[in-house]
Design a protein around this ligand. Structure first.
Ligand code: COA
Length: 155
């Protein structure tokens, strides 16, 4: 896809990226969750093989961004690009990997008929809020609602 002088390459997500993404998630969250990522990555590859991207630094996968174009959800009839999951290796932050992946995804969304791109960010995550603001995202008039469900499973 694109390669820069700094050895940064942005390319579509691949099945073989699972272990690198598991490692990045572990560095971010402190949790080792191979099954979660296997399921999640298969989901995105099945639904929209070219939409989700990874960022390599000198050939090593150091960031990922997963999403797709959807329409009809939440009363939003027009095709909308959604950025749903993202992560950059803490050791490789501040090198515009996040920005470059987002630009690549936006280009994909545009070419698939989307006129806007949306994401949901926890209000307490100042880092992610600032990241998306710096990419030109602004608060939307769409409000998340939640109701917690008690666990009624036997046992
Ligand atoms: C948010 C994140 C993707 C940014 O990645 P990155 O590659 O370091 O970001 P970039 O270098 O592309 O930065 C792009 C812009 O965002 C801003 N930004 C990035 N990280 C920031 C932070 N922690 N605080 C404030 N601003 C930040 C940069 O200043 C930059 O702005 P500028 O271009 O106007 O100078 C990365 O920090 C990350 O993975 N965070 C954890 C994500 C997470 O918790 N994922 C699990 C839940 S989905």
């Amino acid at each position: 896809m694109t390669e820069t002088a700094a050895g940064i390459r942005i390319r579509p997500l691949d099945e073989l990226d699972i272990s690198a993404i598991v490692a990045i998630d572990e560095a971010i969250s402190g949790r080792y969750r191979p099954e979660v990522w296997e399921r999640r990555i298969s989901y995105y590859l099945r639904r929209a093989p070219e939409a989700s991207l990874v960022a390599e630094v000198d050939g090593k996968v150091s960031g990922f961004m997963l999403g797709e174009v959807r329409s009809g959800e939440f009363g939003l009839e027009e095709p909308t690009g959604w950025i749903e999951v993202l992560g950059v290796d803490p050791a490789q932050r501040g090198k515009a990997l996040g920005r470059k992946m987002a630009e690549g995804m936006l280009e994909h969304f545009r070419s698939h008929g989307a006129h806007s791109v949306r994401t949901l960010v926890d209000e307490e995550r100042e880092d992610i809020l600032t990241f998306f603001s710096s990419l030109g995202f602004e608060p939307a008039g769409l409000r998340p609602f939640v109701k917690h469900l008690e666990d009624r499973r036997p046992g």
